[in-house]
Design a protein around this ligand. Structure first.
Ligand SMILES: CC(C)(COP(=O)(O)OP(=O)(O)OC[C@H]1O[C@@H](n2cnc3c(N)ncnc32)[C@H](O)[C@@H]1OP(=O)(O)O)[C@@H](O)C(=O)NCCC(=O)NCCS
Length: 240
């Protein structure tokens, strides 16, 4: 049960965007794939920072518009998710196509302006390997599944069960439709998702660029099959 003093879980609002983007930027600082993309010998750290911040802001605004972002504490912890595309109405699909076009077009402009050629090559490697891993791990079920697209908790709010509650919110929606949920994460957060019923279905490694000296960055495609509703309900935390 949610305790009285706990901040509420609610949809992310436009007013939460500055805090949410700040949180995601901070949470991303240690992300191994972000380091792989950003830390090239030809990189300008400030330019990468701008590109990441503006890109996250635009993406976050899209999620709020789609009503596919939840938060605890108005930006203490956030999750972005996508419902299965085969459940979307024609009208919603059209809206999503416009929003996705806008986000992709701005992403391409940001890349052109702020990214170096080596960073662009590493992003291409990420994109290509990600598509292959999703296809290998999930195949053509991808349109029938929920996905968790981003998840983070502010460093000073971690360990309170917030991220678990947000993930449970999404998987409860998925369970209600008897749908699975998938995501991509790095090897260090696999344990967190395993506690919530996810299993790794595919692994892939980044590191083709010979100027990257730190060893491969391992990413995992994880999948959680739907579970019966009696053990999962909306806004259920790990500690309830
Ligand atoms: C991973 C993350 C979202 C967890 O947020 P959180 O709000 O602290 O998570 P919770 O409090 O719900 O954690 C629940 C449990 O999982 C455990 N846990 C947290 N991170 C873990 C990890 N990487 N591996 C294994 N267990 C983990 C916690 O210790 C906690 O255990 P407890 O209940 O026994 O104390 C947070 O650490 C974060 O924002 N990290 C940076 C961004 C990131 O990696 N996002 C996920 C990649 S998509």
């Amino acid at each position: 049960m949610v305790q009285r003093n706990e901040p509420e879980l609610r949809p992310l609002a436009y007013a939460d965007l500055p805090r949410a983007v700040h949180l995601l930027t901070k949470a991303n600082e240690d992300d191994p794939s972000r380091h792989y993309i950003d830390d090239t010998p030809d990189a300008c750290a400030k330019a990468s920072e701008y590109a990441n911040w503006i890109g996250l802001f635009i993406r976050s605004a899209r999620e709020v518009t789609k009503h596919e972002a939840w938060t605890i504490g108005g930006g203490d912890s956030v999750v972005y998710y996508s419902p299965p595309s085969d459940t979307l109405s024609r009208r919603r699909k059209r809206l999503y196509a416009i929003l996705d076009w806008l986000v992709n077009a701005s992403g391409k402009s940001l890349t052109r302006i702020f990214r170096t050629s080596q960073q662009r090559a590493r992003r291409t490697e990420l994109g290509t390997k990600m598509i292959a891993a999703i296809s290998g791990g999930i195949g053509n079920r991808v349109d029938q599944l929920f996905s968790i697209d981003l998840l983070a908790t502010a460093v000073d709010k971690q360990g309170r069960g917030y991220a678990s509650r947000l993930v449970n919110q999404v998987t409860a929606m998925a369970d209600a439709q008897f749908r699975g949920t998938w995501l991509i994460t790095n090897q260090y957060t696999v344990g967190f998702y395993e506690r919530l019923g996810f299993v790794t279905v595919k692994e892939f490694a980044l590191g083709d660029d010979p100027t990257w000296t730190k060893g491969p960055v391992i990413l995992c495609v994880m999948l959680r099959e739907p579970q019966s509703l009696d053990s999962n309900f909306l806004d259920r935390g790990l500690r309830d």
